[in-house]
Ligand binder design. Structure first.
Ligand SMILES: N[C@@H](CCC(=O)N[C@@H](CS)C(=O)NCC(=O)O)C(=O)O
Length: 307
């Protein structure tokens, strides 16, 4: 994949320690200051969400934007195209950088524009400020918190269950959302074994949990549901096959499968799921899996079947 070292692109990767995959840490990862919320309300269109339709961390932000109805306030750009120097912004073409007269081909150029001596990976999602021409954040959890606060309804993070929700989100993130990558990108049997056990232990726990809950935190949708959804929607087409998370499929878990369809059928949600982009990115664009760029057929699953 490659990364920036002191603002210059290098093709080498530094993603494994003893065979264990390490997800890149975000550098622009601080809490997004309240001042930005004020500006976002006063100047709709000032902050641009740059994501990728294939990336689950971007998908978290895209879903919160949709559920909170922020389309008029936060424009979105979906980076796409073959990854020559990491993510291409617009299929390899020059893309006009919001707020400047300049253009860029690669996502990493936005990073070095923000921080000329930037060292690190250039990841999506990114929240871009067109006034200061800088990345405000490249950490999905911070962008999600910002978007949810902008929505202002507190619906996705209800106060009474905030601590329990955060605890569940953290565990799901480690074991499942990131667990499927630790399994899929493992470079040793031991690293794979460890990750895949965590993935299915968490799937089993969530299946149980949905026995007496309609949603993960009870009767209403919360952000914990959206965080889980982005992984489960990719589970059978990508993680089951490509990442070797093949003990069971999503459709083998009756409650999780029913719950996933319920979320998919909520207004605005299915529009955020781009099956083609998800499969192309995983099977054809991501060169980490040594295999020919052949995109398999989607598994038979009727996501519109009533839950
Ligand atoms: N901490 C980041 C992680 C995001 C992330 O890992 N994004 C992946 C795409 S799914 C990426 O951009 N990878 C590019 C790379 O590793 O160079 C977040 O949650 O926002």
């Amino acid at each position: 994949m490659g990364m920036l070292v002191k603002g210059r692109w290098r093709d080498e990767d530094q993603l494994h320690i003893n065979g264990h995959y390490q997800r890149p840490v975000s550098v622009f990862d601080g809490e997004i200051e309240g001042e930005h919320l004020k500006q976002a309300r006063n100047q709709p269109g000032r902050y641009v969400l740059i994501g990728s339709a294939s990336c689950p961390w971007s998908h978290r932000c895209i879903l919160v934007r949709a559920v909170e109805g922020l389309e008029g306030m936060i424009p979105i750009h979906l980076a796409h195209g073959p990854r020559v120097e990491g993510y291409a912004l617009d299929g390899g073409k020059e893309w006009p950088i919001p707020g400047t007269r300049n253009t860029a081909r690669h996502l990493h150029q936005l990073y070095s524009l923000s921080e000329p001596a930037y060292t690190g990976r250039s990841t999506v999602p990114v929240l871009w400020d067109r006034e200061t021409c800088r990345i405000v954040s490249n950490e999905s959890s911070q962008i999600v918190a910002f978007l949810a606060a902008l929505g202002g309804r507190g619906r996705l993070f209800p106060t009474p269950t905030a601590a329990a929700q955060e605890e569940l989100q953290l565990r799901m993130h480690e074991a499942l959302n990131n667990g499927v990558y630790r399994a899929g990108f493992a470079e040793s049997q031991e690293a794979y074994d460890e990750a895949v056990v965590e993935v299915f232990t968490m799937m089993d726990e969530l299946e149980e949990r949905l026995g007496d809950h309609s949603f993960l935190m009870g009767k209403a949708l919360s952000y914990a549901d959206l965080q889980l959804f982005v992984t489960l929607v990719r589970f059978d087409p990508v993680y089951y096959i490509l990442h070797r998370c093949c003990l069971k499929r999503l459709v083998d878990y009756p409650r999780l499968w029913r719950w996933a369809r319920r979320i998919y059928q909520m207004p605005g949600v299915s529009d955020t799921v781009d099956w083609g982009a998800i499969c192309r990115a995983s099977y054809a664009n991501d060169t980490r899996h040594a295999q020919p760029a052949i995109v398999p057929v989607l598994p038979l699953a009727d996501w519109w079947q009533l839950p």
